[in-house]
Design a protein around this ligand. Structure first.
Ligand SMILES: Nc1nc2c(c(=O)[nH]1)N[C@H]1C(S)=C(S)[C@@H](COP(=O)(O)OP(=O)(O)OC[C@H]3O[C@@H](n4cnc5c(=O)[nH]c(N)nc54)[C@H](O)[C@@H]3O)O[C@H]1N2
Ligand SMILES: Nc1nc2c(c(=O)[nH]1)N[C@H]1C(S)=C(S)[C@@H](COP(=O)(O)OP(=O)(O)OC[C@H]3O[C@@H](n4cnc5c(=O)[nH]c(N)nc54)[C@H](O)[C@@H]3O)O[C@H]1N2
Ligand code: SF4
Ligand SMILES: [Mo]
Length: 750
């Protein structure tokens, strides 16, 4: 079956007694709508639904993942029943048990651990935006632990925090007809965006919109740029401050917006004065003339949309100054809450994530016990920033933005310092592949008293669990993505079928545990659907009504700061001054600096004579996603090897050739990858991430190949080296040596 793109209609061969249902794909964060043909409770076909998001069946034809919805549902290796460990931890050996046996025993052991060590002995681990995390967070609030871990410090949180301290609330890019120019900074949507956004950028660019791309690599996105700036990793703050300097000195800034709505402009002018284009050229390697061109292009073709990505969310100490400088660039060019630039979000009309998480159930004294010593990403930082957001009735999602520092929590699992962390619940994450310092993750997980992993597959992380719980897939569960509640947008849809075998949703798993622990008060809804009915009650809608369209998004409102509030005064921004804070009073209160202050990059330069490369870790490739979909045979056939990209001149200087197997290593560990040529500065290399080999033997010591080509064997989240306000560690711009290696046996048969 193929989507009939000519008339934009989903087409199923006429066959009865098939029933047509609606469902959503969950293989990336977009949750595209599908028509699903169901027979006897089983999915037999699916096609993109032109009536629901993304309203364009060609999106699916550009995306290679959606057909997995058919392959995965009955795949032989898919988890169907609860499993209990037999034999040594990490042996990868499990036996099937009933849900009652599993949940009774998990609840009993959690209760016993809580009695011995207190609720804080339970940690959790989440990952990217596949799953619904509020049920877990509600459970943790009730259980009484502050130690939820995630990847927020290196994905999303830096942007949310910097937006919030600068503009009072997170912002959303507003790509539309008005957009006059785009600057894409450390983001590569040509590879990482599966849905409409990249197609829209390309269409706008073809229609004449200038594009600036800032990325050390000449990515598929950068190849489209009118100006491509390729800074040395981790030096972006110098570049951003130089852009500010040029825009201010050449009088290209938005006088009206700056004078009426910005705090600290003269201080910023003085602060950026030393950061000339020439200084930036010296620090970043980008020619001064290109920096000037980019500044002029962006400042004079507005409305301008500046979008940053995870490349700069992962720069360790330079993340905060870089991400904040970009907020200031948007501010001085007046690209704030204007059509075509960005929208300052408002609170959602439906329930907020915080309402679902129920922070009211969490005893306040436990907040101070969190394994987290950073002042902004912490409960104290959250309370300070959120108090201002509340002026407009907004509540930031608490658990995500306050998540504990994984370096500290994992360390406490091994050392019991500052107190024992003996239990872990993993939901929607594969930390053995995706968290920093794989060796520490393995040591920590091997040392636990209780580890519970809910997933679709027996991932390397699941192989270390006491219980592995099978999760209902995309078509088997209702879904509603609310972006942590930071925007007035919800999307998702109904389940196409009931879960097959004995799979359950994360919600049902957590509710089952909560009831066994006597927490029933906070779980009055017996199903996810009725939770979602309650979610939409404030907008007078049932979940069923929402699911018909599968998206709730009122038209954007612009220039909200110029509207009067209930007392007749102009609303302004939800910051302490009511203005956009170029000089951040909140960061100063928290021990940061008023203006962004770059620090030297973690690994300043390569030194090939000494065998030292500078390494980016985390290049995305299609159709993989983080550590996911490596089990798919056709995907693996199309992309069989984990790649390390570098410029041909770098390879030549190292005596290496394209296609060579290489071992990259540093003090943390090593990984084996295959060399591929890529356009990037001399001395730099870029490694793919997430690689494991599901076909290889599960269990210790290699956990299905998870220690072979996993680039997080080389990364670290040691607190001393992290950014000090948020706790960001470094994935981009780390030191590594390299040498020739032979083809690993695991890849020899490919
Ligand atoms: N070196 C390096 N490391 C990185 C990055 C990098 O660039 N470089 N990127 C980081 C970033 S930005 C991110 S977001 C993380 C991603 O890190 P993760 O989120 O840990 O990676 P995924 O492979 O997406 O793992 C998700 C797991 O959850 C399972 N899953 C999917 N949906 C559900 C669900 O609904 N419920 C449950 N229970 N399980 C589900 C999947 O099968 C999969 O095993 O990696 C980070 N790690
Ligand atoms: N296929 C695929 N798609 C994905 C994912 C995946 O794993 N696979 N992951 C998903 C997730 S979790 C996320 S968070 C998003 C991320 O999506 P994006 O935010 O678009 O991030 P990336 O596509 O990783 O692109 C980051 C870019 O930053 C560049 N970069 C690295 N270091 C620096 C630096 O110091 N300065 C600058 N200026 N640039 C730098 C890298 O070269 C890279 O091209 O993608 C999502 N989409
Ligand atoms: S873009 Fe592709 S992977 Fe993402 S939800 Fe849509 S069909 Fe699924
Ligand atoms: Mo991410």
């Amino acid at each position: 079956m193929s989507p009939d793109s000519a008339n934009n209609k989903a087409v199923f061969p006429a066959q009865s007694p098939r029933e047509l249902r609606k469902g959503n794909c969950h293989y990336c964060g977009y949750l595209c709508g599908f028509d699903v043909a169901v027979e006897d409770g089983r999915v037999c076909d699916l096609a993109p639904d032109p009536t629901r998001y993304p309203y364009d069946v060609s999106v699916a034809s550009r995306c290679r993942r959606w057909r997995m919805n058919l392959d995965d549902i009955d795949a032989p290796d898919r988890l169907n029943y609860p499993l209990r460990r037999v034999g040594e931890r990490g042996s990868g050996q499990f036996e099937r048990v009933s849900w009652d046996e599993a949940l009774d025993d998990i609840a009993r052991r959690l209760q016993a651990l809580r009695q011995t060590h207190g609720g804080r002995t339970l940690a959790s681990a989440i990952g990217g935006p596949h799953a619904t995390f509020w049920p877990l967070h509600r459970f943790l609030n009730q259980f009484g632990t502050p130690n939820n871990m995630g990847i927020g410090q290196i994905c999303w949180d830096p942007r949310i925090w910097m937006d919030a301290v600068t503009f009072g609330w997170p912002t959303e890019p507003d790509l539309c007809d008005h957009t006059g120019v785009m600057m894409l900074w450390a983001t590569n949507p040509a590879v990482s965006d599966n849905s409409l956004f990249w197609a829209q950028i390309k269409a706008k660019h073809e229609a004449g919109m200038p594009l600036v791309v800032v990325d050390p690599r000449k990515t598929a996105t950068a190849r489209l740029a009118d100006v491509h700036l390729a800074p040395w990793p981790g030096t972006d703050a110098f570049l951003a401050l130089a852009l500010l300097n040029i825009i201010i000195e050449e009088d290209l800034y938005d006088h009206g917006f700056v004078e009426s709505w910005c705090l600290g402009f003269e201080g910023l002018r003085a602060h950026v004065a030393p950061y000339t284009a020439e200084v930036a050229e010296r620090e970043t390697g980008v020619p001064a003339e290109d920096i000037r061109r980019a500044a002029r292009l962006f400042a004079t073709n507005g409305p301008g949309l500046l979008l940053s990505g995870r490349g700069i969310d992962q720069l360790g100490p330079n993340t905060e100054p870089t991400v904040r400088s970009l907020c200031l660039l948007r501010a001085v060019t007046g690209n704030v809450d204007r059509p075509g630039s960005c929208v300052v979000n408002t609170r959602s009309d439906f329930c907020q994530e915080a309402d679902l998480e129920r922070p009211d159930l969490f005893a306040s004294e436990l907040r101070a016990q969190q394994m987290n010593t950073t002042p902004l990403q912490s409960y104290a930082g959250y309370q300070l920033v959120n108090a201002h957001a509340q002026r407009f009735g907004c509540t930031l999602p608490e658990r995500y933005l306050t998540s504990a520092h994984p370096g500290q929590v994992l360390n406490a699992m091994v050392t019991s310092d500052p107190y024992p962390v003996r239990a872990l619940m993993v939901m929607g994450a594969n930390p053995v592949l995706t968290y920093a310092n794989t060796k520490l993750v393995l040591r920590a997980l091997e040392s636990l008293d209780l580890c519970v992993v809910a997933d679709y597959w027996l991932t390397p992380t699941a192989q270390l669990a006491d219980y592995v719980l099978p999760v209902a897939g995309g078509l088997e569960r209702p879904s509603c993505q609310i972006h942590g509640g930071v925007a007035n947008i919800a999307y998702g849809g109904a389940a196409a079928i009931n879960p097959l075998y004995e799979r359950r949703t994360d919600f049902e798993i957590l509710r089952g545990l909560a009831l066994r622990l006597g927490f029933e008060d906070a779980w009055p809804h017996t199903s996810l659907e009725s939770e979602y009915d309650a979610l939409f009650a404030p907008v007078g809608m049932s979940f069923e009504q929402f699911a018909e369209q599968g998206i709730y998004v009122p038209p954007a409102q612009y220039l909200k700061h110029e509207q009067p509030d209930s007392s007749g005064r102009l609303r302004g921004f939800a910051t302490p001054s009511g203005k956009v804070e170029l000089a951040s009073s909140l960061l100063e209160q928290l021990g940061g600096t008023a203006y962004p202050q770059p620090v030297p990059a973690a690994c300043a330069r390569a030194d090939l004579a000494q065998g030292k490369l500078v390494l980016l870790t985390g290049a995305r490739s299609q159709p993989f996603w983080a550590s996911s979909y490596f089990y798919n045979e056709s995907f693996r056939a199309s992309h069989p090897y984990p790649l390390l990209g570098m410029a041909p001149e770098t390879a030549q200087a190292l005596g290496l050739a394209e296609g060579d197997w290489v071992r990259v290593y540093n003090a943390q560990g090593e990984a084996v990858l295959k060399l591929a040529f890529e356009d990037m500065p001399f001395g730099l290399a870029s490694a793919e991430y997430g690689w494991w080999l599901p076909e290889q033997k599960p269990g210790a010591p290699n956990y299905s190949g998870a220690t072979l080509s996993n680039i997080n064997m080389l990364t670290s989240n040691e607190l001393e080296k992290c950014e000090t306000l948020i706790g960001t560690w470094t994935y981009n711009g780390i030191e590594a040596g390299i040498e020739n290696a032979s083809c690993p046996a695991e890849f020899a048969t490919v």
